[in-house]
Design a protein. Structure first.
Length: 276
């Protein structure tokens, strides 16, 4: 793509319009419009391999192509972008889309294989890697493979913090804490050690390592200032995790902080937990 609108070709301008229509949910006549862009990207006068890959990926995601062809279209886009701009944000996004497609059709292991191709070693940006690690962690949870799930959540959280993606880092922290509270042990390795010592395995399987209380303290101390900005809401499982952490580690100040503001809490389960 050109550096500025002034230098953009007519095809590039139409591609920008196409993407704007998608972002605004304006899908009227989107099939014909995108097909026109696709056809022009293949002509001698306007040939543009990058736009061809981008518009084919969007058409597959929008369901404009036959459902039986979506997977092959997304794979084609990954291969083409790997040749054109390996390690770029767009290449990383194409891998994310392919991985999500595999998961949606029940191919969890294939999804993990694709996620493994998103990494710093290949030059992908940290935000894309973070999204990949978060999705991979969720797949591992469904497979009851909880050790790598916790490692991926911890890695994703750090990547999101580095890129100032606060909402995403909050999600990772809460999902990690929910797993970590299953079992806590002073003798368990902390998360940094688990990441440093992680090694490839011959096969996947159900795994579990207890969490270290120091990691729980780090997460809860990070969460409390954010979660307590607003205590309202009928379904506050996040506050429930803070209470559970307080009870498990015997750190009453976390629970007491919430107790002092009971009048602001609307979730009846949280109120019941505080009273008990």
């Amino acid at each position: 793509m050109s550096d500025s609108l002034e230098k953009a070709t007519p095809l590039e301008l139409d591609m920008l319009i196409f993407q704007e229509k998608i972002s605004q949910g304006d899908l009227q006549n989107i099939s014909d419009f995108s097909e026109d862009i696709l056809n022009r990207s293949r002509t001698n006068n306007e040939r543009d391999h990058l736009i061809e890959a981008r518009v084919r990926m969007e058409r597959a995601l929008l369901g404009i192509v036959d459902v039986s062809l979506v997977g092959s279209e997304l794979r084609w886009c990954v291969d083409r972008l790997n040749a054109l701009c390996p390690g770029s944000p767009l290449h990383g996004l194409s891998l994310l889309n392919l991985a999500n497609w595999h998961r949606n059709v029940g191919e969890s292991i294939m999804s993990l294989v694709v996620h493994a191709d998103i990494s710093k070693e290949y030059g992908h940006p940290e935000d894309i890697i973070g999204l990949s690690r978060l999705e991979a962690a969720r797949i591992y949870v469904t497979l009851n493979d909880l050790d790598p799930a916790m490692r991926h959540l911890w890695s994703a959280r750090k990547l999101f913090i580095n890129t100032n993606m606060i909402s995403e880092s909050l999600v990772c922290s809460l999902e990690w804490l929910d797993l970590a509270l299953e079992e806590v042990s002073e003798s368990a390795p902390d998360m940094e050690s688990r990441l440093e010592n992680a090694a490839p395995r011959e096969s996947a399987g159900a795994t579990w390592i207890p969490s270290n209380p120091k990691d729980i303290v780090e997460i809860v101390e990070e969460l409390i200032p954010i979660l307590t900005q607003n205590l309202s809401g009928d379904n506050r499982n996040d506050l429930g995790l803070i209470i559970d952490s307080s009870d498990m580690l015997g750190i009453d100040e976390w629970k007491n902080l919430l107790s002092l503001r009971k009048s602001e809490i609307q979730d009846l389960k949280v109120l019941e937990a505080l009273q008990s």
